[in-house]
Design a protein around this ligand. Structure first.
Ligand SMILES: NC(=O)c1ccc[n+]([C@@H]2O[C@H](COP(=O)([O-])OP(=O)(O)OC[C@H]3O[C@@H](n4cnc5c(N)ncnc54)[C@H](O)[C@@H]3O)[C@@H](O)[C@H]2O)c1
Ligand SMILES: O=C(O)C[C@H](O)C(=O)O
Length: 356
């Protein structure tokens, strides 16, 4: 009898927390909702996804809920988080999931986070460049970065919102203004370029893409995406035609998807995969695992530019080591000069957006 009364109480408590209206009532209710699942929660890191109800955000939420290093997963968006949170929270993995809706809940979503992943913002349509997204996404990234500076200044930030070549500079300027900037902790996500490069190179070589490692340096737009085919592992050689074909396809991989989706957005599934791979690497670094190396667009002294993508070693402090470019062939040296010219303008545009 007593056991039944206790069970009924537990059911009543859970049902109350699952009312969709609770999402509008403030974060306390949402925290309690998470707590009712926290008993089974695994020890690990606290991760927030900003833009969690979007094309990338939803799949990324699914993948991060599957990561055993995540103990708490905060899903924030300006629309539709109740549905996404309810859905993802039913997965029988360790992470406790909490949803946050609208700007009044941004601070609750961010407080205490170890890693913040940002896929918030509008995607491209056919005929647009990533820079055409600047007008809308720059303001979104500024607002979210201000929230991070205030609520979790020590979190590692994975910035996905385009144009990455400018949005990373925007976030850096916001953090500098707030006095919280740590160059090791701000990482522009370029993993999709590496994922594509590995896939396309594996197709040419006729091998499993999981056996291939292509460093992709520079930035994340058109000619700024520079695959270093001379440094492919396992060591491989390519004809001039193959080099031209692979470089063009890797640089235009995003446009290939935008055109195939014909107005319905840009890469979401492969990007969620790439973002989860990169975030997973950041978490392994945070945990203290040795030898975690990924490409990322970071504060850098590798070139004369303030930001540049190269391989970085991820550790407890974030991007603890930024690797040099290594030996380049003539084709890559020419590509590097082109990449730097375009990158300089994109970075400056991001800096000026905050400093103006
Ligand atoms: N770095 C990369 O390699 C890469 C790859 C693919 C896409 N992207 C970029 O990622 C971004 C998102 O793409 P998507 O396909 O998921 O777009 P989407 O439109 O499907 O989703 C974006 C989400 O962001 C949300 N959002 C808008 N303003 C917000 C705010 N102020 N705070 C929180 N959330 C907000 C929207 O409500 C939406 O749910 C785009 O800018 C796109 O260009 C980057
Ligand atoms: O191409 C885009 O606009 C999205 C993204 O940057 C990509 O590379 O797929």
């Amino acid at each position: 009898m007593e056991a039944r009364a206790g069970a009924n109480q537990r059911i009543a408590r859970i049902s109350a927390h699952l009312q969709p209206s609770n999402f509008q009532e403030g974060s306390d209710v949402l925290l309690k909702r998470g707590e009712c699942r926290a008993k089974g929660g695994a020890p690990g890191f606290k991760v927030a996804i900003l833009g969690a109800a979007g094309g990338i955000g939803q799949s990324l939420s699914l993948l991060m809920k599957m990561n055993p290093l995540v103990s708490v997963l905060h899903l924030y968006d300006v629309v539709n988080t109740p549905g996404v949170t309810a859905d993802v929270s039913h997965m029988d993995t360790g992470a406790v999931v909490r949803g946050f809706l609208g700007q009044q809940q941004l601070e609750s979503a961010l407080t205490g986070m170890d890693l913040v992943i940002i896929p918030a913002g509008v995607p491209r349509k056919p005929g647009m460049t990533r820079d055409d997204l600047f007008k809308i996404n720059a303001g979104i990234v500024r607002t979210l970065s201000e929230g991070i500076a205030k609520c979790c200044p020590n979190a590692i930030v994975n910035l996905i919102s385009n144009p990455v070549n400018s949005t990373v500079a925007i976030a850096a300027e916001v953090f500098k203004k707030a006095g919280t900037y740590d160059p090791k902790r701000l990482l522009g996500v370029t993993t999709l370029d590496v994922v594509r490069a590995n896939t396309f190179v594996a197709e040419i070589l006729g091998v499993d893409p999981r056996e291939v490692d292509v460093p992709v340096v520079g930035g994340h737009a058109g000619v700024t995406i520079l695959p270093l085919l001379s440094q492919v592992k396992p060591p491989s050689s390519f004809t001039a035609e193959e080099t031209e074909y692979l470089t063009n396809r890797i640089q235009n991989g995003g446009t290939e998807v935008v055109e195939a989706k014909a107005g319905a957005g840009s890469a979401t599934l492969s990007m969620a995969y790439a973002a989860a791979k990169f975030a997973g690497a950041c978490l392994r670094g945070l945990k203290g695992e040795a030898g975690v190396v990924e490409c990322a667009f970071v504060d850098s002294q590798v070139t004369e530019l303030p930001f540049f993508a190269t391989k970085v070693r991820l550790g407890r402090a974030g991007a603890e080591e930024v690797y040099q470019l290594g030996p380049l062939n003539e084709y890559e040296r020419i590509g590097l000069e082109k990449a730097k010219r375009e990158l300089a303008g994109s970075i400056q545009k991001g800096v000026e957006f905050i400093r103006k």
